[in-house]
Write a protein that binds this ligand. Structure first.
Ligand code: SF4
Ligand code: SF4
Length: 307
């Protein structure tokens, strides 16, 4: 079973949320999945409210951002990567960022949120870099339901649609979660509740997560983004969200304090530090250009997920 939430991670422990903060590092612009509710001009809906990300950072600029965030909010205990695309669709930039931030700020917890497609390939790397906290967003475990949410899944150079794509994603999410738990990571599952699509599926997602060893389930209400294919989907009411949380299977622990933060949020949850504010200071593809001084990190040159 996934380790218990620790007392100083604001997302994994409601008790910690008012006392400790996190800084998100937007170093991951690409994604390998197309969710019907996502508009790529916006932050990842799996983790974020749909505000435009202020800018993608290079790994080196991300280190500076952590420095400044800690100056502004010393209570920050977590450095996380949650987009604006999928972190593991940007492995060069993400692994290098984790390496740099982990060595410069050893007291911080390292945290990552992913759609899980590439997770089985990177669990060992994440653990070796000291990433202890992991979130996987799973919106379905039944391919028929998943196909109504995931329009495309790009894996190994192939574009998979419909149930084939959803099925591959689900299979990889569950394998990745089990591997992460086996390696001692503290994991949670986020589920975007799309009321007319997956309301009846969330309990099954939680049951599958439990079987993989994960108890923390964060049911996130859909925030429709106008202009994308799922822009017309209706968001759930507060009562619907609560009904779904209350119906989770025995053993699951529902989280209720998620603030749907931006991919560049920093500070206490909901504390008004939604964005660090400065523009792109390092190029849109953070993985390729190193630090400008010729130093090659351990994670430079890793294979890149075909988009
Ligand atoms: Fe958008 Fe996130 Fe889905 Fe990728 S995983 S398509 S960034 S919501
Ligand atoms: Fe934590 Fe939720 Fe914000 Fe992620 S989106 S940092 S889980 S509160």
């Amino acid at each position: 079973m996934s380790a218990h939430p620790v007392a100083d991670h604001p997302c994994f422990s409601a008790a910690a949320a008012g006392r400790f903060g996190r800084v998100h590092l937007p170093v991951a612009p690409q994604c390998n999945v197309t969710c019907s509710y996502c508009d790529r001009r916006y932050d990842c809906l799996n983790e974020a409210r749909p505000g435009v990300c202020a800018g993608v950072l290079t790994p080196e600029a991300a280190v500076d951002r952590v420095e400044r965030a800690l100056e502004a909010t010393p209570a920050i205990t977590v450095a996380g990567i949650a987009g604006p695309g999928d972190p593991l669709a940007n492995p060069d930039a993400v692994l290098r960022t984790l390496e740099l931030v982990g060595s410069r700020f050893p007291r911080l917890h390292l945290c990552l949120s992913t759609n899980g497609l590439m997770l089985p390939d990177y669990v060992a790397d994440l653990v070796s870099l000291g990433v202890r906290f992991l979130t996987v967003t799973m919106n379905a475990v039944t391919p028929r339901v998943g196909a109504q949410i995931y329009r495309e899944v790009r894996w190994n150079g192939t574009v998979l649609g419909g149930e084939a794509g959803a099925g591959r994603l689900i299979e990889r999410q569950l394998a990745g979660l089990a591997a992460a738990v086996a390696r001692g990571m503290t994991c949670k599952v986020n589920t975007v509740l799309v009321p007319d699509v997956n309301a009846a599926e969330v309990g099954l997602v939680a049951a599958a997560a439990l079987q993989a060893g994960v108890r923390l389930i964060n049911v996130i209400p859909l925030l429709p983004v106008p202009g994308c294919p799922g822009g017309g989907l209706r968001p759930p009411t507060a009562a619907e969200v609560e009904r779904v949380r209350a119906a989770l299977p025995a053993g699951a622990i529902p989280l209720r304090h998620c603030r749907r933060c931006r991919a560049d949020a920093a500070g206490l949850l909901g504390g008004g530090h939604g964005c660090m504010g400065d523009a792109d200071d390092g190029g849109r593809d953070g993985g390729g250009d190193g630090d400008g001084g010729g130093r090659q990190g351990r994670w430079q040159g890793r294979r890149r997920q075909p988009q």
